[in-house]
Design a protein. Sequence first.
Length: 125
Amino acid sequence: MVANILLYIGSIITIGWGTAHIIAARAVVKGFGDISGDNKKFILMEWVAEGLTLCFIGGLVLLTGILGGTTNSVARIVFRTSAGMLIVTAIWTALTGAKTSNIPTKICPFVLTFVAILWILGSFV
């Protein structure tokens, strides 16, 4: 039961964070001011791609927990590797985007690390 709660909370946060990326993408592009059309497309592509990736990972963990349970070895691999991917994304964001003045981008590494911890704990409980 505790595992389910940890995994589901982490999944909901990840899906929500991914959705926020997608919704905010156009505003982020506008925030760059007068840049080339290609640069605008690249920034939009990156923000939407990261949002879709986060939604996918969160959905994968959620569906694995609901449909496959939390105690089998395959489910635990899904939970732990998904947490690993969030850690990689958190490190990348900390090295790049978190150095910007954008507050959500600054807190992103902490959100992703928090969820990764929830998933790792959920995979062991």
